[in-house]
Design a protein around this ligand. Structure first.
Ligand code: SAM
Length: 315
């Protein structure tokens, strides 16, 4: 096996996309007709394939959060998946908070959906047309106890917000962060030969390949950096479904769900700081940098002085 920066040679003991697929198969079957209808209405399969609807449905439902934070809604594939999940979690409360600066949902998807589903189906969903970078996450997350984050808005600014603002708020609570648009090259044939250099941005045409991650989005760099600094595992869903489901279960799921909702190809990864009880290092959000800089410099000076004092002196 090639060296991994998806450091998941050890399967997570906490959460599992494969087990979720298996555990939630009956619920998936019950929701299948509605899922197919919603998928057609959203009509944007380039953003999320139908099997990915099934995989995310199962993973979120199995985790049973009290808030699903969707970062990046676009036409709203994942919005529909998570709203369906939140409706199934009832009578327990589960809110879907969807943030996006695109108006595609309000303009195109919502008017179509309104004609196809009951008004009550929208009850768990708050779909805001807003900039993630300006949102007050502290306020919203403070009274939540299980947080599922779908990180599908790309770019370094959003990455800084997720890693530097959202993660410190949820690190001490049960949580999962899922990232879309990450290929695990151990399970996908990738382009060989000459290639164009990836130069940042969120290019659809050029990609970076580092270790066993291939991606075209900038957050790939930020999360690999974060994971390396914190010795954190990035788990690929592709690896989970291939290694944690035995042959019988794969066959059974394929028969029950059909190829539309079941696939071993996932193209998403996830992580949780719940996996280790350590003090994590977070990036300092840029806007706060000026405020915190003098404090950090002072702290570093004090720490380096203490390091050279004879033992026992620092106390
Ligand atoms: C790939 S699309 C999301 C697709 C969606 N999750 C789905 O399943 O159909 C990414 C979205 O993130 C939005 N986005 C990017 N940066 C953002 C920001 N700073 N604030 C809010 N939305 C942002 C883009 O406008 C775009 O609509």
């Amino acid at each position: 096996m090639i060296d991994c920066n998806i450091r998941d040679s050890e399967i997570s003991l906490l959460y599992s996309p494969a087990k979720a697929y298996w555990n939630q198969r009956e619920k998936l079957i019950l929701s299948k007709q509605r899922i197919l209808k919603l998928y057609q209405i959203v009509d944007s399969s380039v953003d999320l394939s139908l099997p990915q609807w099934g995989q995310l449905f199962a993973f979120a439902l199995d985790f049973s959060p009290d808030i699903i934070l969707e970062l990046g809604r676009g036409y709203g594939n994942s919005t529909c998946v998570f709203t369906e999940v939140a409706n199934l979690i009832k009578p327990r409360s589960c809110e879907v908070l969807s943030l996006c600066k695109s108006s595609a949902w309000q303009r195109r998807t919502f008017p179509r959906l309104k004609r196809a589903v009951d008004k009550s189906w929208f009850a768990p969903l708050t779909a805001l047309h807003t900039d993630i970078l300006k949102f007050n996450f502290k306020q919203v997350l403070s009274n939540k106890s299980r947080v599922f984050v779908f990180w599908d808005a790309h770019g370094y600014d959003v990455a800084e917000c997720v890693l530097g603002t959202i993660l410190p708020e949820i690190a001490h609570k049960p949580h999962i962060v899922v990232m879309h648009d990450f290929v695990d090259t151990r399970y996908r044939s990738v382009q060989t030969g000459d290639y164009r250099l990836w130069r940042g941005g969120n290019s659809g045409y050029t990609r970076i390949r580092i270790g066993n991650i291939e991606s075209a989005v900038e957050q790939a760099i930020s999360i690999m950096d974060f994971a390396t600094r914190n010795n954190l595992a990035l788990h690929s869903a592709d690896h989970s479904v291939r290694t944690e489901l035995d042959k019988n279960r794969k066959t059974k799921l394929s028969q029950l769900l059909g190829n539309d909702l079941f696939s071993l190809d996932c193209c998403w990864v996830w992580f949780s700081l719940n996996e280790a009880n350590i003090k994590y290092s977070f990036p300092i959000p840029y806007a706060r940098k000026q405020e915190v800089q003098p404090y950090i410099i002072l702290k570093e000076i004090v720490e380096s002085i203490l390091r050279y004092l004879p033992k026992g002196y620092s106390k």
